[in-house]
Structures are given as C-alpha cells and as structure tokens.
Write a protein that binds this ligand. Sequence first.
Ligand code: NAD
Length: 295
Amino acid sequence: MAAIGFVGLGNMGGPMVRNLLKAGHGVTVFDVVANKLDASVRDGAARAASAAAAAANAEIVVTMLPAGQHVRDVYTGASGLIGAARKGALFIDCSTIDVERARAVAAAAESAGFAMLDAPVSGGVAGAEAATLTFMAGGSEAAFARAEQVLRCMGKTVVHAGPSGAGQAAKICNNMILGISMIAVGEAFALAEKLGLDAAKLFEISSKSSGQCWALTTYCPEPGLVPTAPSNRDYKPGFTAAMMLKDLRLAQQAAAGVGAATPLGAEASALYALFCNAGNAELDFSGIIRMLKGR
Ligand code: NAD
C-alpha cells in the first residue's frame, strides 16, 4: 500500500480520497477550505497543514484542483510540491487544465528529478463516488506503470494516452465531441417539437439509427426518455454547463495554439457561453436544450 498525499478535496477530490482509503492506502490530505479538509479527515485521511506538508512523506502525490493557475501555483509556487516532495515521489495531476501548462509543470517537476503524469478524468462526481472514473494519462511509460494500480482504486478505465500533455489533449478532444453532440441532440428534439414529431418516437428511431450517440441514449436532454439523465431532475448536475464551457474553451485555446480547424467546437463554446451567461452555469450541460427550444 502506498503513502499518498492528496491536494484538492472538492466535489471530485473528496470521493476520490475515500476510494483510496477504502483500498487501504494511507492518505494525507490538504485543501485551502477547512470544511473540505475536515470532511476527508472524518473519512479517515490524515490532516496536513499545507500542500507541502501533504507531500512531505508521500510516495505518490495526487492533485485535483480547479484550473491551470491553481496547478501551477501548487506545484511551482513558493513552498510548492516540487520543493517539498521527497526524493523519488511521483506526481499525478488529475485536474482538467490546458495542455501547455500541464507540459510546463511536468517539465519543471522533471528538471527537479520527479516523474509526473497529467491524468484528467471523465465520469463526473458520480464516477468519483463509485470509483468508475476514466483516467487518461500523459507521461512516461515508467510513470504510468507506477501510477496504474493507484488510479485503478479510483477508476474503472485507465488509459496511457501518450507523453506529457496527452491526457489533457484526450480530455478536451473527448469533451469537444460531447459538447457538440449534446447541442446536436438538443437541436433535433427542438426541431421535432416544431414539426409535431413525438419526442418518444424520435428517441425510439434515432437510438437505433445513425443518429445514435451517448448524448442521446445515455444522457438524453429531452425529459422522460432516459430515467437516469439529469433532464428528469430539472437539469440538476451531473456535469455543469460551466464545466463544459471551461473544457470547450480549453479545446479552443489548444486548437488556436496548433492551428487546428475546429469550427463546430468554436460554435459549441459560443453557445455554452450564452447559456451560462443567461444564469444557467450551474445547471447540467444538457439543459442547453431549453435555450435551443427558446425557453
Ligand atoms: P472543486 O472546485 O469542487 O474542487 C477543487 C478543490 O480544490 C476545492 O475544494 C478548493 O478549495 C481546492 N483548492 C483550490 N486551490 C487550492 C490550493 N491552492 N491548495 C489546496 N486546495 C485548493 O472542483 P471539482 O468539481 O472537484 O473539479 C476538480 C477538477 O476536476 C477540475 O479541474 C475540473 O475541471 C475537473 N473535473 C470535474 C468534474 C466534475 O464533474 N466536477 C468532472 C471531470 C473533471
């Protein structure tokens, strides 16, 4: 069993720590918000007074932070993880951040003698709670081999996507597919309604035809068709529209950096910005169907 330091105990990090503890790992935790820290300590983790203290005796340090600037500060800032971890420690950042910064932080870690993986996740809070997350990891083969068993305590699918940054690249490409396809499904139900086509009939046909996709059959934005979908709980998340917008913007930033043409990704990003700015940022992202229907 490994000695693990864990920094960032929010909606995702909290349940991920619980699953590491359940698997028998010793976990030392830190979060800047006291009640998040208290909750993980109640779950059985050891309390640290800073990120550096959480890393000091750890073989593996996992971070699950909001965005790129937090990851940069926690690793490379004054009293950051890179200066505090013990020799030979492995860093795993599970936050969703931009590819460029993920590579820069990993390069800083490596030049200080540490291996690092970017290992963002898919599966949301439910996946974090049930230990069914998908991890997509970027970094060396050797670092991935060291991380795999620990990641499997928190997830069902663990994929080595390629070298440093490949995990973040996989995450934003996947979520660009999802953002675009959710809008496509929403538009189809909006059009069906105007044409007088019963939503249940569209679902019956498209779920078995070439329009079939995850956004339709697993996470249908039209209520009453897929019982587990957030559309049946008034679009309570799930995965918030704000998170989808964050990931679509990361995809656009990456596309601009390498000159990739992603016109539908750009449109999806603009539509999610409109939806969020209209006061819907904390609704599930599938709620965009309401805007598409003009509600
Ligand atoms: P969150 O805001 O609930 O949790 C982040 C935690 O980090 C907070 O508890 C915050 O206090 C803590 N934190 C911030 N700065 C810190 C610092 N300097 N030191 C220590 N702790 C610090 O966010 P979340 O929903 O848990 O998401 C975390 C990451 O996972 C994000 O990058 C997000 O994009 C990604 N993600 C989230 C979901 C989801 O459904 N929530 C799904 C996939 C990926």
